[in-house]
Design a protein around this ligand. Structure first.
Ligand code: SAJ
Length: 476
């Protein structure tokens, strides 16, 4: 326990001025909730005056929310704290020096999804900015999802180098990973439990003091910084593993000619004291910016922090990385089901209609979407593709893609219709009408999200294949 840091913090007293770097879907709600804490007199939201996102500064300072979509309570909260003069958005990073606590909520996306290495560039810039203006007794908190070890090693080194101060002696340093989901940002921050981990007990205690007043139902769970980093990456790694377990079982059920969903119901029926079987759902693949990368954060962190001490079955691959590979295999399996149903070895010249581009049902979020994997696999074989998604408007990674077709226009002349995203629109597809729209005698439908009834489509003259439907996949 550092007496010097304890004394510095004691001299400062309770946290009165705080700041958040990164006015995105994590930073904005966090900053507003902190500004709404009575004992906190001022919160600065730091945003670079860049071409791409500098507009947020004026928007926020006029009490408007720059985030897309509906975020219950956030518009009112922004207006309230701005009107009260308790929040101000600025690009003047020198104001960091006025604060008791500064949080960094800066994204760490993949530099290139193919090599699975996160781009820490923006976060490192943010940490350097903090180091430049860091003062004794301040608390620094990283909220971004980061590789285990980043807080206690990389962030600490940069902060100490830039400031000339010593972490744990002159300033407090912690990690408090966010657990927010778009559409319920404020509620998630207030109601989800929050893991808060410092590089030492004094840092942890100061970070607990910062986060406790913004929570309602949620409780703060103190731990070390590395434990908080591992918690965050593990909660998504385990979810990915659960999905992979469902995907592998679905592939088994297809091979054995049985219905995965009956087996799932059976397995799930095992209830009772201390018995859990959290079976998730198989599908056309796993997308998004959480599950596709957090496993690799965990693996990298483990190898960095403990690789030389790890005792693990010789020659065996990490279970978690294998789970990633199984989930990334599912779009390939969807192509195999398509070729099997079309009774062809190649998709060359086949007209394939893709229903759903978003990675998540009933959203416009297409980050790391499995649909893109299916699309590239089909195109690489010479298929002619058309795409439908009422939620997604654009996909910058493939600028030529357009999403303005109706379902009828998308499936016109299609040899195969592929359901890749479980949007509600696809649950009510009419088998007879859709067949007429294709203009084909015996079109193929591949259900990647188990949202249509196999018998209805079989009776209407479709060739049907579905993930996990081994009981129906060989009837046509
Ligand atoms: N998926 C399946 N089967 C399932 C569940 C999901 O194939 O049973 C697929 C989805 O189609 C999607 C991908 O996995 O392509 C990810 O789905 P997700 O429901 O995990 O949604 P995400 O990626 O937005 O995950 C976020 C995470 N939240 C944070 O990181 C704060 C995750 O920890 C949450 O558990 C998840 O939201 C949630 O439960 O909403």
């Amino acid at each position: 326990m550092s007496d010097k840091l304890s004394q510095l913090i004691k001299n400062r007293g309770p946290i009165k001025k705080a700041g958040v770097i990164g006015m995105g879907y994590v930073g904005i709600p966090a900053a507003m909730l902190m500004a709404n804490v009575p004992s906190i007199k001022k919160v600065y939201g730091f945003q670079r005056a860049s071409k791409s996102s500098g507009y947020k500064i004026d928007m926020l300072n006029s009490g408007e929310c720059p985030l897309k979509g509906i975020e219950p309570g956030l518009d009112d909260l922004i207006r309230k704290v701005v009107t009260e003069g308790k929040f101000e958005c600025t690009s003047d990073f020198a104001k960091i020096g006025e604060l008791d606590a500064i949080c960094l909520a800066i994204q760490t996306p993949f530099a290139n999804p193919k090599d699975l290495i996160p781009d820490f560039g923006a976060l490192i810039d943010g940490i350097r900015n903090v180091g430049t203006y860091l003062k004794p007794g301040m608390l620094v908190v990283l909220e971004s999802t980061i590789t285990p070890g980043t807080t206690a090693v990389m962030a600490r080194e940069i902060l100490e180098k830039e400031s000339g101060l010593i972490a744990g002696e002159d300033f407090a340093l912690a990690h408090a990973p966010e657990r927010v989901m778009v559409g319920r940002l404020l509620q998630n921050i207030q109601e989800h439990d929050r893991c808060v981990g410092g590089i030492d007990d004094v840092s942890t205690a100061r970070a607990v003091e910062l986060y406790t007043p913004i929570m309602t139902k949620g409780r703060v769970i103190p731990m070390t910084a590395t434990e908080a980093e591992v918690t965050k990456t593990t909660e998504n790694t385990i979810r990915d593993l659960q999905i992979a377990a469902a995907n592998q079982l679905a592939l088994y059920c297809e091979a054995m000619g049985i219905n995965f969903y009956n087996v799932r119901t059976g397995v799930d029926s095992l209830k009772g004291e201390g018995i859990t079987r959290a079976m998730l759902w198989p599908g056309a693949g796993v997308g998004g910016h959480c599950l596709t990368k957090d496993t690799y954060h965990l693996e990298r962190g483990m190898h960095m922090l403990g690789g030389d001490k790890l005792d693990y079955p010789k020659g065996e691959e990490s279970l978690y990385v294998l789970a990633r590979h199984i989930n990334d295999f599912m779009p390939k399996h969807m192509v195999t089901l398509t070729k099997n149903a079309l009774r062809t070895e190649t998709l060359k010249g086949k007209k394939i209609a893709l229903l759903g581009w978003a990675f998540l049902a009933n959203t416009d979020d297409a980050r790391n979407t499995p649909s893109e994997s299916y699309y590239h696999l089909a195109k690489s074989e010479g298929a002619v593709t058309s795409i439908h998604d009422v939620w997604v408007k654009e996909f910058p990674e493939i600028p030529t893609l357009s999403f303005d077709k109706t379902i009828e226009e998308t499936v016109k002349g299609a040899d195969a219709v592929i359901i890749l995203t479980g949007h509600n629109e696809y649950k009510s597809l009419d088998a007879a009408q859709l067949k007429l729209m294709t203009g084909k005698e015996k079109p193929v439908i591949i259900d990647g999200r188990n949202i249509i009834d196999p018998d209805t489509f079989l009776d209407a003259g479709w060739t049907y294949r579905g993930i996990g439907r081994g009981d129906k996949n060989n009837l046509s």
